[in-house]
Design a protein around this ligand. Sequence first.
Ligand code: ZN
Length: 344
Amino acid sequence: MNWITNYVRPRINSIFSRRETPENLWSKCDECGTMLFHRELSDNLNVCTNCGHHMAMTPRARFSALFDNGTYTEVKVPEPLADPLKFRDQKRYPDRMKAARAATSESEAMLVAEGEMGRTPIVAAAQDFSFMGGSMGMYVGNAIVAAAERAVKLRRPLILFSAAGGARMQEGILSLMQMPRTTVAVQMLKEAGLPYIVVLTHPTTGGVTASYAMLGDVHIAEPNALICFAGPRVIEQTIREKLPEGFQRAEYLLDHGMLDRVTPRAQLREELIAITRMLLRLSPPVSGDLPAPTAGMEPAAEAETAGATPAAATATTPGATPGAAPAAEPAPKAVGSTAAPPKA
Ligand SMILES: [Zn+2]
């Protein structure tokens, strides 16, 4: 019996545990410590099912969740000069880049894509915090310029997801120059009259907050995201004062007028669709698949609701109530105008 419990059982257990539970199947919530099954976690958009903590999300996962059917086309970003300063700290900069590329399977800290979101054509850019802290170097600058140029060319809005520890120190002054550069890129969008929406995710700090992340027409943050220029620890040491609870977190910034919205990730897509369509003066979003239009009905709703807010649109078209039989609905556009705006 001793031999079985001490030798055989551990051997059998180790064989089975090795096969059935590789480490990457479970992740631990940083906030409440719950072990979360990977599929459950990704289905819930990397939000803890226990406490609602929003974990980091890669640009690819974000785009899959954002675009219709998860389909999008990547926008090519011009490659900048690699390591112009021949920078070295404990490691050479090219070695750090190689390690980051191997760890993330991405070439750099920002991904740009175009596609449709709620049947609204958009250009989107997302920063990758797992790639060297999402730091803003020349590539990120190039990516934002490329995204803005693409948006202007196609006359589409730009939606940007920020996540960064700040400027990339290994590129010195060249990384800081991305602040005015990206500001000019955002200005290009404004001059073209196109909406620029920023979704600030945890954490958005440093030079990124001092440039493109704070220049949006609408600023939405994810719950409890840290958004700041200098971090709370640095400020506390400088002013020698205790900072208030929740300082520089999304909810605090919303209360103090720095943000327009704090939106949980599960509602983000719906909200982005509603806001973009509102800013583009399109009819409110169409929800769900619609029946084929029947002949002999006039698509009049579009003209009267164009430019109106969703609330006004629902109020002005009482004729086509949601209670009417789906088969009798006039046209997709008219049905769309009756859809209620998503609640915050
Ligand atoms: Zn949790």
